[in-house]
Design a binder for this molecule. Structure first.
Ligand code: SF4
Length: 150
């Protein structure tokens, strides 16, 4: 009988806009389960060179989120820009297509080169975590720099 420890890891899949959220994540989330899952993904992405597939749909982070529903992300419902549109916008800035694959640091390096303060604000400006003061462009850049250098 194989133990949990020996179970192969499910490949990491990230939606593009989570390249902005993950570096800034400091433990606060939509539920305890969400935060635990996101912290594990952040640790894993930062400590390995495995390839991640980037998409514009539910991903490994969404898996643990109470906003994930059959009808889509519940955050779409209050008239905000659809989360999928945010992903497509970031993919466009990066100059890549859905299904792009790269290790986390390489993807972050590209994001750092291509995403400027106006693009960051367009995606994050309406988000509750931005409004709560947890996320800022300069802070994102600092975090990305640190991750890339480790
Ligand atoms: S389900 Fe929506 S709110 Fe939850 S992590 Fe995914 S995109 Fe974010």
């Amino acid at each position: 009988m194989s133990s949990e420890k020996n179970k192969p890891l499910t490949p990491l899949v990230l939606r593009f806009h989570h390249l902005l959220c993950l570096p800034l994540f400091e433990g606060k989330g939509y539920s305890d389960g969400f935060s635990e899952n996101m912290a594990g993904i952040k640790r894993r992405a930062e400590s390995t060179e495995e390839n991640i597939t980037f998409i514009c749909d539910f991903d490994s982070v969404c898996k643990g989120c109470p906003n994930k529903s059959e009808a889509g992300c519940l955050l779409n419902e209050d008239g905000k820009e659809k989360t999928e549109d945010k992903d497509r916008y970031i993919a466009g800035l990066l100059g890549v297509e859905e299904g792009f694959s790269a290790d986390y640091k390489t993807a972050l390096k590209t994001a750092e080169e291509k995403i400027h303060s106006d693009g960051f604000f367009k995606i994050c400006g309406e988000c509750r975590w931005y409004r709560a003061g947890l996320c800022r462009f300069d802070k994102w850049r600092d975090k990305v720099e640190k991750i890339i250098k480790t």
